[in-house]
Design a protein around this ligand. Structure first.
Ligand code: CP
Ligand code: NVA
Length: 319
């Protein structure tokens, strides 16, 4: 694995290895503190960020490496000079790139141009680091993943797309409840089947909240993602019936969890009484971004050293 662009590119073993390493990093952070001495990353961000930026910068430093933030919000990557030249410069100075771009294709192009690892810190299509942290969070809460269902309500956008892939790799079922015009990406169902190791796990799309019945966790995201500000008026007409309220959670018929990647537009896609309730995992999710991304950096930048953490039989406790 050179890059981390999409969970579509992973298989179940590499997914489990990342989860196991994340658990080790979270439990014993000091054990790993010098493992990336001499390594470095540049954070190229075309969009704002709190969680992703802070957890990558701090994560890299807490492993002994260096991190530098390069603000690309003024002009998009490849505008001032060709992407090829940006890429060929950066790989002379850094040993990895963490990039948040509008275009998913641009990120793939960047990764193809350099020999160093490139990590997807969110594109318009996917947000794999978020989904990695979120499924790690659920794994901490549930004794057993088997038989669980994650439901997503709202805009079938980047976060939803990566969650579908992450749920598949984790062997759980996934229900996407979105307006028909805002469905997840077209290959979602096929990817789910291909990635899931569990024949009984199901992917369902519906535009009706009735599909939430039986879900063990309800997830939502903003209705107006970064870059979609011009569509705000139209989106605010379509999405209100998908607001996550206590009544919507009750449709699961279970004591379900609530999740959100943040930032949240409170009282828009989620009621305060849900996001601030004991069922809400939002701050656990944010915390775990740090641990899983440290594991990811270790896996990509010190693969040899990490081999000894990658033997499944050593981690029998992991299900
Ligand atoms: N969830 C998430 O990626 O947050 P930021 O946009 O603040 O990085
Ligand atoms: N869908 C949101 C996620 C933010 C973390 C966006 O792209 O703005």
């Amino acid at each position: 694995m050179k890059d981390f662009i999409s969970l579509r590119d992973l298989d179940v073993n590499s997914w489990r290895h990342l989860m196991q390493l994340s658990e080790a990093v979270k439990r014993q952070p000091l054990h790993f503190r010098d493992m990336l001495v001499g390594k470095s990353t540049v954070l190229l961000f075309e969009k704002p960020s709190l969680r992703t930026r802070v957890t990558f910068e701090f994560g890299m430093k807490s492993l002994g490496g260096e991190a530098m933030y390069l603000d690309c919000q003024g002009s998009r990557i490849g505008e001032r000079e060709p992407l090829n030249d940006v890429a060929k410069n950066l790989e002379r100075w850094f040993t990895s790139i963490v990039a948040r771009t509008f275009s998913h294709e641009l990120l793939i192009e960047l990764a193809d141009l350099v020999t160093i690892p490139v990590i997807n810190a969110l594109t318009d299509r996917e947000h794999p680091c978020q989904a990695l942290g979120d499924l790690f969070t659920l794994r901490e809460k549930w004794q057993e993943m088997n038989g669980k269902t994650m439901a997503f309500v709202g805009d079938g956008n980047n976060v939803c797309n990566s969650l579908i892939q992450a749920a598949a790799l984790s062997g759980i079922s996934f229900t996407a409840v979105t307006p028909a015009r805002y469905k997840p990406y077209p290959a979602a169902a096929a990817d789910f089947r291909r990635l899931s190791p569990c024949p009984s796990a199901r992917y369902i799309w519906s535009d009706s909240l009735e599909a939430l019945e039986g879900a063990d966790v309800v997830y939502t995201d903003t209705w107006v993602s970064m870059g979609q500000e011009a569509e705000e008026e139209e989106r605010l007409r379509v999405f209100p019936k998908y607001r996550v309220t206590p009544e919507v959670l009750a449709r699961t018929g279970k004591d379900c969890f609530f999740m959100h990647c943040l930032p949240a537009s409170r009282e828009r896609e989620v009621a305060d009484s849900v996001i601030d309730s004991p069922a809400s995992l939002v701050y656990d999710q944010a915390e775990n971004r740090l641990h899983v991304q440290k594991a990811l950096l270790l896996r990509l930048l010190a693969p040899k050293e990490m081999e000894r953490y990658l033997h499944l039989d050593k981690w029998a406790a992991w299900r």
